[in-house]
Design a protein around this ligand. Structure first.
Ligand code: NAG
Ligand code: NAG
Ligand code: NAG
Ligand code: NAG
Length: 564
């Protein structure tokens, strides 16, 4: 790129050109990558110019050279070098008619909390999370309505921490987003559609005692290819919710069409246990075997489509919501449906899918939600075998369940949350999540490693879970949550500054337990640390939280601790 420059241009252009090259790489790969060998590149470009600067070699620590420029007494170093050397970020921005270069010490931002943390309210800044669209989420399970992770095992598994984050983000979005638009498609009471029933198929509306309402009963012959169908022309609202009672193998198929290219896509919700399967734009989600029970399904059709298409083609571009419409719903097999709606969002339904998952998938004896994958946290630490518990997973689950109990009043959520305290009583070695720092401070481990890892953000998330439960439970359960919370807060207040590097934070204390180099927190984890301290500052008046948070915010703007 530099070769193509007109060398009458100024130094700024040199920096500019290099930077736009950097940004291009950044956009493509998500992180900045360097394709340039500085030693050779700048030597080749050495050209004297008429614009007052001089090409000059810059010796870096007596080790190698890069090409720089000198103008009067000032020396100019290429920004791409500075970026790499100091991990400083930069981009060009034009506003008020002027182009500027914006230098950023950190790529992360701090969101100031809006007020005192409320265990019944928004969870930290999770209203901005979009767990289901992450690449490491394979899809939303058709049987449970919760994410399936591929982070550590490619075939996919239920990861309690991720499921909780999915639930907490939907709960938080419910409290922060505008009211959704909701359209009833068919409820057999107020809204009855004119479904197309081909010969041989039957459909009628009957009163169902269990549901205590009129429902739509359908049956198509096994050989039917057309099914019982309803034509639609619906845009913008893509969350389909319906109650389903399947009698025989059947499926509900939703046809989507891209508004520009007219390409057709099909989502098949099928009675089997195949998680996700895609063939030729026909995406299948298994919703479990027919069991003659009513079951509510809440599906974000765009997420479901995207995940299916991505399964076969990882480079496939996402289809924006605005480019799609729902054109048809078809019923196959036999069963009943009721309360079918299309909405902008169904945050509480998705939140309860997560909450129900935690009730159904807890080990009642141990109170834990097992992580079903092998995990090696760091070399020098013993491998965690499938079934390990995480203080963060436990804490997050408790935060979900405490909110579900508050919102619904149903005791099963509170009971599961209380059982979730049990692993906090046991050390990592005994199958729990507790560790002891210097035989003195109790810590709740995100990964119950040997030796201990003392991960900061996971610990604080577990404290928030304990706080949520102590605020909502009563009697001896509230007392136990309070005791575990207080004990953790004492450790945190005493250990917090161990994570301070003078210019950032460490993610854990492996430099202490493994005697290795510190594991520096990248900026998004550093800002998570700060957001967590700001939250704790709103519920505990010890000045350590705000003092430390302010110093750590300073590091994001290039401030450093003084040296001697
Ligand atoms: C939030 O949930 C309530 C039900 O608890 C619902 O009435 C409301 O429409 C939801 N709002 C949003 C923005 O999701
Ligand atoms: C459909 O919704 C109505 C009103 O909320 C409810 O009474 C009925 O039980 C629901 N149907 C099913 C099958 O759950
Ligand atoms: C339903 O599907 C299963 C598996 O595909 C099959 O074994 C079973 O015979 C089917 N049942 C009916 C009633 O078609
Ligand atoms: C549940 O936890 C208990 C106690 O730790 C353990 O013995 C048991 O194997 C666990 N059950 C399952 C199904 O993992």
């Amino acid at each position: 790129m530099m070769m193509r420059l007109n060398f009458k241009t100024t130094l700024l252009v040199l920096v500019v050109a290099t930077v736009s090259f950097l940004l291009a790489s950044w956009n493509n790969c998500g992180t900045l990558l360097f394709h340039t060998d500085w030693k050779t590149k700048y030597h080749k470009d050495r050209i004297n110019t008429e614009s007052g600067y001089q090409e000059i070699d810059c010796h870096i620590n007596g080790d190698y050279s890069i090409g720089c420029r000198k103008e009067g007494d000032e020396v100019y170093i290429p920004f791409s070098f500075i970026h790499k050397y100091f991990e400083i970020y930069g981009k060009l921005a034009t506003y008020d008619g002027l182009e500027r270069f914006e230098w950023l010490h950190s790529y992360s931002k701090i969101v100031n909390p809006k007020g005192k943390y409320d265990p019944r309210g928004v969870f930290m800044t999770f209203e901005n999370y979009n767990v289901e669209v992450r690449d490491r989420v394979k899809c939303i399970s058709g049987t449970d309505g919760v994410p399936i992770s591929t982070q550590w095992e490619s075939q996919g598994y239920y990861y309690p921490t991720q499921i909780a984050q999915f639930g907490l983000s939907h709960y938080s979005k419910n409290l922060t987003e505008p009211e959704p638009h909701r359209k009833i498609i068919e409820d057999s009471d107020k809204v009855k559609q004119n479904w197309n029933v081909p010969q041989g198929s039957v459909m009628n509306r009957i009163y169902d005692k269990q549901a205590n309402s009129y429902v739509l009963k359908f049956a198509t012959p096994e050989t039917s290819t057309s099914g019982i169908s309803l034509k639609l022309d619906h845009v913008l609202d893509f969350v389909l919710k319906w109650d389903l009672n399947i009698k025989d193998n059947g499926s509900v198929t939703v046809a989507l069409q891209s508004r520009e290219k007219k390409e057709m896509y099909y989502l098949h919700y099928v009675t089997n246990n195949v998680v996700l399967y895609n063939y030729n734009n026909h995406v299948h989600y298994g919703i479990g075997q027919a069991n003659h029970q009513w079951k509510r399904l809440t599906r974000d059709l765009v997420v479901d489509l995207q995940k299916g298409l991505y399964l076969n083609d990882k480079s496939r571009k996402k289809i924006p919501r605005s480019k799609l419409k729902v054109v048809k719903i078809t019923l196959y097999g036999s069963g009943m449906i009721d309360n079918m709606t299309l909405s902008t969002s169904e945050h509480m339904e998705q939140f309860y899918d997560a909450a129900r998952w935690f009730v159904a998938n807890q080990n009642i004896t141990s109170g834990g939600w097992p992580n079903p994958v092998r995990r090696k946290v760091a070399s020098g630490m013993a491998i965690l075998e499938p079934g390990w518990y995480s203080s963060m997973g436990q804490g997050h689950a408790i935060s979900v369940l405490a909110r579900a109990y508050y919102h619904s009043g149903e005791a099963k959520y509170l009971q599961a949350a209380i059982r979730g305290l049990r692993p906090f009583r046991l050390t990592s070695a005994k199958g729990g999540v507790a560790a002891l720092f210097l035989s003195k401070y109790v810590w709740y481990e995100e990964y119950p490693t040997t030796p201990s890892s003392f991960i900061l953000n996971g610990f604080i998330y577990s404290l928030i879970g304990l706080y949520d439960l102590k605020s909502i439970a009563v009697g001896k359960d509230a007392e136990e949550a309070t005791r575990l919370f207080n004990q953790g807060m004492i450790s945190l207040k005493n250990m917090l500054t161990l994570y301070d590097t003078g210019s950032g934070t460490t993610y854990d204390l492996r430099h202490f337990t493994l005697k290795t180099a510190p594991n520096l927190a990248r900026w998004d984890y550093h800002s998570t640390h700060i957001n967590q301290l700001l939250l704790l500052n709103s519920i505990d008046n010890d000045p350590i939280f705000i003092t430390t948070a302010e110093r750590w915010i300073g590091y994001m703007n290039g401030k450093r601790a003084a040296h001697n």
